[in-house]
Design a protein around this ligand. Structure first.
Ligand SMILES: Cc1cc2nc3c(=O)[nH]c(=O)nc-3n(C[C@H](O)[C@H](O)[C@H](O)COP(=O)(O)O)c2cc1C
Ligand code: SF4
Ligand code: SF4
Length: 274
C-alpha cells in the first residue's frame, strides 16, 4: 500500500500533547517523504463532525492522560466520530510525571475498535499542567533524542512494510482498570469533581482568551468569571490568561496538587513500543 500522508490528531488544552504529536508526525513524514496534516479536536467546534481516514494515512494520535486513562468527557467523541478504514495509527499518551497507567492501552484499543491498525505507541512525560514543580521543561533534550529515534523507527517499520497488521503490545492493563483516585496530603481521596477556576476580577481585562480556549465551552464570553458548564480541570484557561487572573482555590484540589508535588518528583522516563 502506498502511504500518502502523516497526520497528527490530538486533544491538547495546554499544548504539550500538540507539541509531541506534531513532532513525531513531522519527523516520520520527513523520513518517509510524505506530507503532513493536523486534526486538533481540543475545541468544541472540531467535535461537531465525524472524520474518516484510509489505508494511505498514518495517524499519530496524541492524548493527555487524565486520572490514568483517556479524558473521560472526550471518550464518546473518540469512540463514535472516527473511522480508521485500515489507516496505520501511533497512539501517544502524554502524562505529567506520575504515570500513564492504562491510558496508552485504552487509546490503542479505541483506535483499533475504530478500524485503525496500531503499529507503534508511546507514553511520554511532559510538564504537569497542575504544577510548575512537576516535570517542568519536559520533554527536554534527553527526551527529544528518544522521541527522534522513535520517529525514525516508525518510518523504518513502515518502509519495510512488516508488522503493520495492528494489535501492537503496549504497557497497561487490558481492559483498562478503574480511573486513578486522586488523593490529598492526608492520603485520603481528594474529591474535586465540581471544582471550577476562580477569577481575580481586579486582574481580568475581559480579553476573552480563556473563554475561547476552554475545551468544554464552559466559560461565559460576557463574564469570564462565570463557568456555567462542566470543568475538566484541564487548566487551559489558567495557562492562556495573559494576566494570571485565573486559579483553582478548591482545598481538595490544592491538597492533591501538593501531594503530587511531594510524591512525584522522580523523573518518569518515556516508554516506546514498536
Ligand atoms: C484532570 C487531569 C488529570 C491528570 N491526570 C494525570 C495522571 O493520572 N497521571 C499523570 O502523570 N498526569 C496527569 N495529568 C497531567 C497531564 O497528563 C499532562 O500535564 C499533559 O501534558 C497535559 O497535556 P496538554 O499540555 O496537552 O494539555 C492530568 C492532568 C489533568 C488536567
Ligand atoms: S484570559 Fe484572563 S484576562 Fe482574559 S478574560 Fe480570561 S480571565 Fe480575563
Ligand atoms: S474552565 Fe475548566 S475546562 Fe474550561 S478551560 Fe478552565 S480548567 Fe479547562
Amino acid at each position: 500500500m502506498q502511504m500518502k500522508k502523516v497526520w497528527s490528531v490530538y486533544f491538547s488544552p495546554c499544548g504539550s500533547v500538540k507539541q509531541i504529536a506534531c513532532y513525531i508526525a513531522g519527523r516520520a513524514a520527513e523520513k518517509l517523504g510524505l506530507e503532513t496534516a493536523t486534526l486538533d479536536y481540543t475545541l468544541p467546534a472540531a467535535r461537531e463532525r465525524s472524520y474518516s481516514f484510509g489505508e494511505g494515512d498514518i495517524v499519530v494520535w496524541g492524548s493527555p492522560v487524565y486520572a490514568g486513562r483517556l479524558p473521560n468527557k472526550l471518550l464518546p467523541f473518540v469512540q463514535n466520530n472516527f473511522k480508521g478504514n485500515g489507516a496505520l495509527a501511533v497512539p501517544v499518551a502524554v502524562f505529567g510525571n506520575r504515570s500513564f497507567d492504562d491510558a496508552l492501552a485504552e487509546l490503542r484499543n479505541e483506535l483499533e475498535n475504530n478500524g485503525f491498525r496500531a503499529v507503534a505507541g508511546a507514553g511520554i512525560a511532559a510538564r504537569h499542567v497542575f504544577s510548575e514543580k512537576l516535570a517542568a521543561g519536559r520533554p527536554d533534550e534527553a527526551d527529544m533524542v528518544k522521541i527522534e529515534e522513535f520517529s525514525a523507527k516508525i518510518a523504518d517499520k513502515i518502509k519495510k512494510g512488516e508488522g503493520l497488521g495492528g494489535g501492537l503490545y503496549v504497557r497497561g492493563a487490558n481492559p483498562p482498570k478503574e480511573y486513578y483516585t486522586p488523593r490529598g496530603l492526608d492520603g485520603r481521596p481528594a474529591v474535586f469533581l465540581k471544582a471550577k477556576p476562580a477569577t481575580d476580577k481586579d486582574k481580568c481585562v475581559r480579553c476573552g482568551l480563556c473563554a475561547a480556549s476552554c475545551p468544554m465551552g464552559s466559560i461565559s464570553g460576557d463574564d469570564p468569571s462565570e463557568v456555567g458548564g462542566v470543568c475538566i480541570k484541564c487548566h487551559a484557561c489558567i495557562h492562556k490568561c495573559p494576566r494570571k487572573a485565573k486559579h483553582f482555590d478548591d482545598e481538595a484540589f490544592l491538597s492533591h496538587k501538593a501531594m503530587l508535588e511531594l510524591s512525584f518528583q522522580r523523573r518518569a522516563e518515556p516508554e516506546f513500543f514498536i
